[in-house]
Design a protein around this ligand. Sequence first.
Ligand SMILES: Nc1ncnc2c1ncn2[C@@H]1O[C@H](COP(=O)(O)OP(=O)(O)O)[C@@H](O)[C@H]1O
Ligand SMILES: [Mg+2]
Length: 276
Amino acid sequence: MGKSAMTARLPKSKGTEMATVYEARDCTRKVKHLVLPERNQRIVQEFMQILEMREEFEQHDVPIPNKVVMYGPPGTGKTLTAFHVAASLGLPLILVRLDALIHSHLGETGSNIRKIFDYARAVPCVLFLDEFDAVARTRESGDEVKEMARAVNTLLQCLDEFGDVSIFMAATNLETELDPAIWRRFDTRMTYQLPNEQDRRHYIRLLIGEFGCQNGAEAEACRLLGGCSFADIEQIVLKAKRKAIIDRQPLHAAHVSLSYEEYAPTPTEVRMQSQA
Ligand SMILES: Nc1ncnc2c1ncn2[C@@H]1O[C@H](COP(=O)(O)OP(=O)(O)O)[C@@H](O)[C@H]1O
Ligand SMILES: [Mg+2]
């Protein structure tokens, strides 16, 4: 590790951490199962393959991709994909809370962004900016707008100077609100969607695992949880398993439907509208 790596430090703010470091083994632990649509699976696989063939790409003078943007509704696996990539590459993941970074220290946003990118340029890691759309939310007035405009400029510069030591990943729920100038900086893009029937069944099966299951409970879960995100499905199936354990019974369809009722997931569209 070079001197710059030794001296590179992540910025800290009062109270809220702007960046959290997860070691590769913590990332592995977080990703038990990731269900990706085939297209995203392919993109991730190719991305890893290229990183393993670094030298060959250098020989051909073809730059390696290392800037990924993921967009889609909440609870569909964007954050999980970042952990998966870090785990597979054996790199630490640095999770940056852009919201905390931008709003906590008026006047310091730019230098904080710079410090984080300096770190990632010196120390191999997956630098993950969650809620990336925070840089595009320029609804506030006065000083905030100027601060945000400066932050966007800094971010553009940092992305251009990122180099190829680390991987940059960003996630957003709001594809349309991202500045096109930022959008262009990414070499790899992935869209996330609510699970389709097949992915839902696959995921529910994984979640039930070895747990005893009454005939039809799985099919009922699959039917009932249509339109739910992966995150909602996970919570509801876990809730149903808890009920089954309390009853000292295998999982019944009734456990699933009761859990669904209690959990009352908000349809994603409604939730996203209320956030806007
Ligand atoms: N595609 C998926 N495959 C497996 N589990 C998922 C998936 N998407 C979400 N989950 C579950 O929901 C949790 C939250 O998902 P997350 O990756 O944070 O969603 P997002 O970042 O898209 O909002 C995950 O930790 C995981 O338990
Ligand atoms: Mg997320």
